[in-house]
Design a protein. Structure first.
Lengths: 292, 321
């Protein structure tokens, strides 16, 4: 009994750490899907792109993966701006976002994945940093730095985004687009320009999310797919586009997955996200905190 | 053209195709032909939901693999004739479509797409954790040497079965287009809120489309274990099935049964050639690039090029809105 209590405590603590990381992975989709109504299912592929950039910087020049991802932020922002420009001209103006717009992102997901396979192969890759390996101990609770550092980095990123969205003029403009783009047009403001910036930001988060992903686990090009279910479960559960809701949902999923992995075996944990997603869609599609 | 004469024409075309394959005589023709035919069924099935009602199904691999795995289960239990396995595979995948559809089709269209994408991962998890069908190690299926009752090699027989399935799928798709059901589907695609307001039972129609579409995908997957003789979750649930199946109708054109057929024959053949001459990863990259290129630059697909009248009238309609 004593042992299982330790096990439970550790599972919950590392679930919370994992949840912080999930929040970083999901926040880009919370912005693009939740606020801008752009269903970017290719997001996990861009996260993996970020992981591989961190991998190159780390193995070739010995740069810290998180530092590398911060340096790569502008490039990811520009990538997002470019993708949104194509998306806006090809799908939003034609009014064909659901069938062809979705397929467009599905194609991007696949192209990115196959390109990564062609360049890096399907071997697992990992990075080297001082915080991979050691752990902090508090009694029976163990805090591996490999999970703690990504969690802290993720929380910082979420905090910065929250500040940007609630305090800056541009951030509030993004929230205005999220609430009612039609009304914004009537005010003679251009939602397209604002959406371009916001989508650029959402892709930029993939750079940092990618770096923390490769710190947490070794990666290969197809693992991005495992995150699609998780990301959308978190974003929908979090109420589509609220940053605090996304964080709470991410922590919930992290804990639920870790408990499942601890007590039923890790091969079942991918099913948890889908279960939560289906349950949310069936019972409460507006998410935990959304108004129905 | 009446449905009966269309079916007669389809059967004649299928018979001619099979005769030509027999005349060539090289077994590779049947191995390659099977894959192309399988994609005709998959693309047509996807288009019944995607093209006619406008709901994107990303879980093609799940429907397809569930059909394949129901064959593995039946084979281990008592190995009934292939026809029974195809029917069971279709029923299993149709039921999965019904369940997923019932839970998510009442919401905005994108949720259905996301749910199907995630469902692929979960179905794969379930199969991986099921030792009876081989788990992650996969299952071996011994292929009989000859077909029952027919003087054919088994691979020729499988090809014939898939040819029959594609005839059935194409005939069904065309029959839907020319029926009340097809008109109902089109109202959903064009404006679901207006359709619902005018009394179209949208949820029921969407469920019918999902079940038909999923069922055909399961049927296309059912003979797979006999074709590959070794099936593991990673290859059965491969994302390339989903990408190919979505790319084919979108490249061929989604508005009519002939679009998926053109797309499947074109892309399927191209891939068979590219896989042999270049590499399979590169040929998948080509499919991905073509998918993105077509949805961006040619939204009506290849059939859109030959129907300028339809296109301009559509544009006029959109412009007047």
């Amino acid at each position: 009994m004593d042992l299982s209590f330790d096990l439970l405590g550790n599972a919950i603590v590392s679930g919370i750490l994992l949840g912080g990381f999930y929040a970083a992975v999901s926040i880009g989709v919370a912005i693009s899907f939740g606020m801008l109504d752009i269903v970017n299912i290719a997001h996990p592929a861009f996260i993996l792109l970020g992981s591989y950039i961190a991998y190159i910087a780390n193995t070739w020049w010995g740069v810290d993966p998180i530092l590398a991802s911060v340096v790569a932020l502008p490039a990811f922002y520009l990538l997002g701006v470019g993708i949104y420009s194509v998306y806006e001209v090809s799908f939003e103006r034609r009014g064909d976002t659901s069938l062809r717009g979705l397929s467009f992102f599905f194609g991007l997901l696949f192209i990115t994945e196959v390109t990564l396979v062609l360049v890096f192969g399907v071997d697992y890759r990992l990075v080297d940093a001082w915080y991979i390996g050691p752990s902090l101990h508090f009694g029976v609770i163990e805090l591996p730095l490999r999970l703690l550092v990504p969690c802290v980095v993720s929380l910082i990123m979420l905090g910065v985004l929250q500040l940007f969205l609630s305090r800056s003029f541009l951030g509030r403009a993004v929230q205005a687009v999220a609430q009612d783009p039609q009304a914004l047009r009537l005010m003679a403001a251009n939602p397209t320009r604002i959406k371009r910036v916001a989508f650029g930001l959402s892709i930029a988060t993939a750079s940092i999310a990618g770096a923390v992903l490769i710190i947490i686990q070794p990666i290969e090009p197809s693992i991005g797919r495992d995150y699609i279910g998780r990301i959308f479960a978190i974003v929908v559960l979090g109420g589509l586009g609220s940053i605090s809701g996304t964080l709470v949902a991410a922590l919930t999923l992290g804990i639920a997955e870790n408990l499942t992995a601890t007590f039923y075996g890790p091969s079942w944990s991918p099913a948890v996200a889908f279960g939560i997603l289906l349950l949310t869609l069936a019972v409460r599609p507006s998410g935990l905190f959304g108004r129905a | 053209m009446r449905n009966t004469s269309f079916i007669a024409l389809l059967i004649a075309a299928a018979a001619a195709t099979f005769a030509a394959m027999l005349w060539i005589g090289n077994p590779y023709v049947f191995f390659a032909g099977y894959v192309v035919l399988q994609y005709i069924v998959l693309a047509t099935a996807w288009n019944i939901l995607g093209g006619y009602t406008g709901y994107v199904n990303f879980g093609v691999a799940a429907f397809f693999a569930c059909g394949a795995y129901s064959t593995v289960v039946l084979h281990k239990l008592w190995a009934p004739p292939l026809v029974v396995m195809i029917l069971v595979g279709g029923a299993v995948s149709g039921l999965i479509g019904l369940g997923t559809g019932y839970l998510t089709l009442r919401l905005r269209g994108t949720f259905f797409g996301i749910a199907t994408l995630a469902m692929s991962v979960v179905a794969q998890t379930l199969i991986t954790n099921w030792p009876f069908v081989g788990g992650s190690r996969g299952a071996y299926i011994v292929r009989p040497a000859h077909a029952l009752y027919l003087p054919l090699d088994y691979i020729q027989y499988l090809c014939l079965v898939m040819l029959t399935l594609s005839v059935i799928a194409l005939a069904t798709a065309r029959a839907i287009e020319h029926s009340r059901l097809g008109v109902g589907f089109a109202t959903i695609r064009d404006d679901e809120v207006a359709a619902e307001a005018s009394g179209v039972p949208t949820l029921r129609l969407k469920l019918i489309a999902t079940v038909l579409s999923g069922g055909f995908m399961g049927m296309a997957g059912a003979p797979l274990p006999y074709y590959v003789t070794y099936l593991d979750p990673a290859s059965g649930f491969s994302l390339s099935y989903a990408v190919n199946t979505i790319a084919m109708p979108l490249i061929g054109g989604t508005s009519s049964w002939i679009g998926p057929l053109i797309g499947a024959v074109l892309l399927g053949t191209l891939q068979q050639v590219a896989t042999v001459t270049i590499s399979s990863a590169l040929s998948l990259l080509i499919v991905g690039l073509m998918l993105v290129g077509f949805v961006v630059a040619a939204p009506n697909g290849i059939i859109g090029w030959f129907r300028p009248a339809v296109r301009t009238s559509m544009r006029r309609l959109r412009g007047s809105r």
